[in-house]
Design a binder for this molecule. Structure first.
Ligand code: ATP
Length: 207
């Protein structure tokens, strides 16, 4: 069983990292991958280059064994569709391995607008993590897919939607970029190694 967390990571912050670690711990995953997108289809394009975002991610997970960076979307042309990423993971992992695709409630609320979203559910489970300011309504289009216990997800490869409360950290990359542009200190919201990299390479300073 593997877990994945996709995003722009522009830059990676403690909200992403705690989420990835807590999902890995909850499901007992030895392989939890953060997968940066090159050209996100659903939002504004990233400020930092793919290479810079990848470098920051690698610094962020250094020394944490279960967290890995998977750069496959950066090598693909065109939009970074989750569907394509899951197809390529399936080619490597086979049909039986459960894949836990992790996303925040904010992202989940727009899930039905994603490219081939029904097919995504044939390829992976969704683990929907709580984030401050968002909540999953008690019933909705997803009711038929809702998983009731974590064990269910480990015995089937795909097809369940599982809400999971993680430590709520009100941190967003948008807020971090604003702080950096305005010359404010974002320390403790992201790893020191990532902040050092941002300063060394003068990222997000608005010049
Ligand atoms: P931006 O502010 O630029 O939109 P972001 O901080 O939301 O960025 P993304 O890279 O877009 O970060 O997010 C990747 C994934 O991580 C999404 O599924 C998102 O819901 C989730 N995520 C982001 N921040 C948090 C957080 N503080 N806590 C839990 N999940 C988060």
């Amino acid at each position: 069983m593997i877990g994945i967390l996709g995003g722009t990571f522009d830059p990676v912050h403690c909200g992403h990292l705690r989420t990835a670690l807590e999902v890995a711990e909850y499901f007992g995953l030895a392989d939890m991958r953060l997968i940066p997108g090159k050209v996100p289809p659903h939002r504004a394009q990233p400020v930092a280059s793919p290479e810079q975002r990848l470098a920051m991610l690698q610094l962020a997970v250094a020394g944490e064994q279960c967290l890995r960076i998977d750069g496959r979307e950066l090598h693909r042309a065109g939009f970074s569709y989750t569907f394509d990423t899951l197809v390529s993971l399936r080619q490597e992992l086979g049909d039986e391995c459960p894949i836990l695709f992790t996303l925040g409630f904010d992202a989940f609320l727009h899930f039905q607008s994603w490219y081939r979203w029904q097919d995504i559910l044939q390829l992976a489970h969704l683990v929907v993590v709580h984030r401050p300011g968002y909540s999953l309504p008690s019933a909705g289009w997803y009711s038929a897919w809702l998983g009731t216990n974590a064990q269910e997800l480990s015995v089937m490869p795909a097809g369940k939607i599982y809400p999971l409360a993680v430590t709520a950290l009100e941190i967003s990359a948008t807020d971090l970029r604003k702080r950096l542009e305005n010359g404010r200190n974002p320390r403790y919201l992201l790893p020191d190694s990532v902040l050092d990299h941002i300063k060394t390479h003068q990222l997000y300073c608005g010049t």
